[in-house]
Design a protein around this ligand. Structure first.
Ligand SMILES: C[S@@+](CC[C@H](N)C(=O)[O-])C[C@H]1O[C@@H](n2cnc3c(N)ncnc32)[C@H](O)[C@@H]1O
Length: 345
């Protein structure tokens, strides 16, 4: 088996390289409007944004920044297949402009945008990032009433086009092989995630993640495994350092990525070359966690009814019998910014 991966160093507001309906899952995190590190980038897309910020018209700047993102959301709608899913990791922003501190609720703007495009708005996940920074509290010490609550979470917004996916008989086998474990389902489909970052995303490239607002590998990996099946096409219109490409390849999905910044080419290439090492680590970790889970079940006197057809262990439900994690063995460069990943057992 092989998967294909391609990066376009272009503006995702116009993804003319992609034909309508070719994408099954969008997994992405855009620049967050009103977070200062992105002011320059948004102003490069529309110079009225810089003007509004300079003249203290924060509300207008926020609106214009979100309108730049809207252009990408409209393009996504064109390339997404019926029943395709969009997962957007989005944070709100807090900012003081001319002595007025306030929240810019980006998640709420984006929900409205997809609602207007006719998408099903599915329950979002709150990704609670813990901060140990001593300066995390803002406001006036212990004196009421002017302090502000600390913003320590982001959202994973989930939208679906045209209702649930219908799986043909022919595709059923792939769907079964793409199952997740029962205990993973219980953790992954919870509406609050407070277990990320964990250990996997502390692996290589943490250096880059801090510099580039990258999300953890595990975040993209989980969502790709929750919302697509092996062999599907995953698109990230705001690719950054290539976390989505790496997670898609480790999940035996094909991927496409758009990124404005060509200086990320080397980093992305490095991350794709890491795929065989990463794939082995991630899969071994999933298998080991499942075996730990079974040991715990046994200790508690609980048993299981089914047995995996591909691995030497039990599983809780019939769905899981077919679980199969293809191991990425080789990465081949097949053209400029184009790769193929080959799998084995
Ligand atoms: C929050 S970062 C994404 C980080 C990524 N998830 C990762 O793990 O590295 C957003 C990225 O989107 C890129 N970007 C912003 N606007 C874009 C556009 N219109 N088209 C393509 N890329 C864009 C930025 O250059 C930046 O690298």
């Amino acid at each position: 088996m092989k998967t294909r991966h391609q990066i376009f160093f272009k503006n995702a507001q116009n993804m003319q390289d992609l034909s309508p309906g070719c994408i099954n899952l969008v997994m992405t995190s855009p620049p967050y409007p009103m977070i200062e590190m992105w002011d320059e980038m948004f102003s490069g897309l529309n110079n009225e944004i810089e003007h509004s910020l300079k003249h203290g018209d924060a509300g207008q700047a926020w609106l214009l920044m979100n309108q730049e993102l809207d252009k990408v959301w409209v393009e996504l709608d064109r390339v997404l297949a019926p029943s395709g899913i969009v997962c957007i990791n989005m944070g709100d922003a807090t900012r003081k402009i001319e002595d007025r501190f306030q929240l810019y609720a980006n998640h709420s703007y984006v929900i409205q945008s997809f609602h207007r495009m006719g998408y099903d708005v599915l329950p979002p996940i709150i990704w609670r990032k813990t901060s140990n920074k001593p300066t995390k509290f803002m406001g006036s010490g212990m004196l009421p009433p002017n302090a502000y609550v600390t913003l320590e979470h982001e959202y994973i917004l989930i939208f679906r086009k045209d209702g649930p996916r219908k799986v043909s008989r022919k595709d059923m086998q792939k769907r079964k092989e793409s199952s997740y474990f029962w205990e993973e389902r219980n953790q992954w489909f919870s509406d609050v995630w407070n277990d990320l970052p964990g250990t996997i995303q502390d692996l290589p490239s943490a250096r880059l993640r801090n510099r580039t607002a990258a999300y953890p590998f595990q975040l993209a990996y989980r969502l790709i495994n929750m919302y697509s099946v092996q062999g599907d096409w995953v698109l990230d219109p705001f690719l950054g350092t290539g976390t989505t490409t790496q997670a898609a390849a480790c999940s035996a999905r094909n991927s496409l990525g758009y990124e404005l910044e060509p200086n990320f080419r080397e980093l992305i290439d490095e991350r794709i070359r890491e795929v065989p090492t990463f794939s082995e680590k991630v899969i071994n970790q999933r298998l080991a966690s499942h075996q730990d889970f079974l040991k715990k079940q046994k200790k508690e006197g609980k048993s299981w009814k089914y047995h995996s057809l591909n691995y030497e262990f039990g599983v809780i439900t019939r769905n899981e019998e077919f679980i199969h994690f293809p191991l990425a063995r080789n990465v081949k460069i097949v053209g400029e910014d184009r790769y193929e990943v080959y799998y084995g057992d």
